[in-house]
Design a protein around this ligand. Structure first.
Ligand SMILES: Nc1nc2c(c(=O)[nH]1)N[C@H]1C(S)=C(S)[C@@H](COP(=O)(O)O)O[C@H]1N2
Ligand SMILES: [Mo]
Length: 406
């Protein structure tokens, strides 16, 4: 990371300053050695994250939010999950940053500087929900390998950029275009510069949507480094893996993009339901497209206590991939009966929707509040874990919180 470089260049005395004490035997410390006290950089300082964010992995960095941290209507940087497949690029030269369009289905390859993108095309701003396909993975049984996300790998920030569609029109696309694939500046964990940590994409129909952006701003400011500075593809409502960070290229393909993590079991699920633990052949796996309907109670925290006779106000967000959320309900009797919540319209298509409710409880005791969203095609969240799949994607089971009435 940046910090390592920085440390290398820093004199021993400054190392002492960072540690907060003199390194007494500094003169015999091996050259290039990084003292333990500096080896474990603080992700909160490093990325500006809330201290309650949970680090799932530091090589590469994977950090998730907790439900209550996502209570903001628009997710701020400090509460936004980080999902990296490789190493964050270092020494970004934003003045010379370029994006190249190539592939079988461009009329001719074309490169733009970031400045050209910004000055040549109209800017658009949308709130867009990004959820990792593996959000909720920790609940699958048999367990699935990978980061054990609980509920916090989702965000809805405001993204500003140019429409990919407008840029593709300027590049010139052939009629046989089927899919786009992205290329990015992050580094493969092996250190091999010829390997890409991830190179995913989307069918042309998704690439050409109004809301699909080449974004250079998040919440009105430069995109934070960990979230793709200085340029990022944003494809809301689809697995967030489609939203390539540190974007350097888009290939317009005449077939389904076959980049890293497009094939095998990566971001793919069995086309037909399978029994838990079953082996599934590659050809029976289908690429995840629109994410399923889901919701999250962001207030109060699980474990909340209230006084008898008082009502409890809950609130949270609901989202449904490409669709709208049509109905939001809660249950306090383990799903036996459901009551409708207030549900707001999305700020724009592909933005999450806010819900709230005032809940009365019949008497003292332990309760669980379960929340269930239904999309505009009448698909509801399952109360328990949905279809098992080898990599543990698409867990959209109802979120629940424990409540005690005292
Ligand atoms: N270049 C690049 N883009 C990437 C990734 C990555 O590792 N490298 N991870 C993807 C995955 S799997 C997810 S879930 C989102 C996470 O976005 P965030 O870290 O900004 O929340 O970025 C996607 N874009
Ligand atoms: Mo992801």
């Amino acid at each position: 990371m940046k910090r390592r470089n920085f440390i290398r260049k820093t004199a021993l005395t400054s190392m002492g300053t960072i540690i907060g004490a003199e390194i007494v035997f500094a003169h015999v410390m091996p050259q290039g050695y990084v003292p333990l006290a500096l080896q474990d950089p603080d992700p909160f300082k490093l990325f500006g994250k809330n201290k309650e964010m949970v680090v799932l992995n530091d090589r590469p960095w994977n950090i998730e939010a907790q439900a209550h941290l996502l209570n903001e209507k628009i997710t701020s940087n400090q509460n936004m999950f980080i999902r990296n497949n490789g190493k964050i690029p270092e020494n970004i030269d934003v003045k010379n940053w370029t994006i190249t369009f190539d592939g079988e289905s461009v009329k001719a390859p074309k490169t733009y500087t970031l400045e050209e993108l910004k000055s040549k095309f109209k800017h658009h701003t949308y709130q867009l929900t990004l959820e990792c396909g593996g959000n909720g993975r920790s609940e699958f049984d048999p367990p699935a390998k990978g980061n054990q996300w609980t509920v916090g790998a989702v965000s809805c920030a405001t993204w500003t950029g140019v429409r990919l569609r407008d840029v593709l029109a300027d590049v010139g696309i052939k009629e046989n275009a089927v899919y786009i694939g992205y290329h990015a500046a992050d580094l493969h964990l092996s250190g091999d510069p010829d390997k890409e940590p991830i190179s995913r994409g989307a069918p042309m129909a998704k690439a050409l949507q109004d809301e699909t952006l080449l974004a250079f701003k998040m919440n009105g400011e430069d995109i934070p480094l960990a979230h793709g500075y200085p340029l990022r593809l944003i494809a809301g409502g689809w697995p967030a893996s489609v939203s390539g960070k540190w974007l350097t290229g888009i290939s317009v393909r005449d077939k389904v993009h076959d980049g890293t993590k497009m094939t095998g079991s990566a971001y793919r699920v069995p086309c037909e339901p399978v029994a838990p633990g079953e082996k599934v052949k590659d050809e029976d796996m289908c690429i995840i497209e629109s994410m399923p309907v889901k919701s999250l109670i962001t207030y109060p925290k699980t474990g909340a206590q209230i006084k008898e006779g008082k009502s409890l106000k809950i609130n949270g967000h609901a989202w449904a991939g490409e669709l709208d959320v049509a109905k939001m309900e809660y249950s306090i009797d383990f799903g036996s009966s459901w009551t409708t919540c207030d549900l707001q319209a999305p700020a724009n298509r592909l933005a999450w929707q806010h819900f709230s409710a005032n809940i009365s409880f019949p008497k003292k005791g332990y309760y669980e509040v379960w929340a269930r969203a239904t999309d505009s095609r009448n698909n509801s969240q399952p109360m328990v874990l949905p279809g098992w799949n080898p990599k543990g994607y698409l867990n959209n089971a109802c979120h629940r919180i424990a409540v005690k009435v005292k």
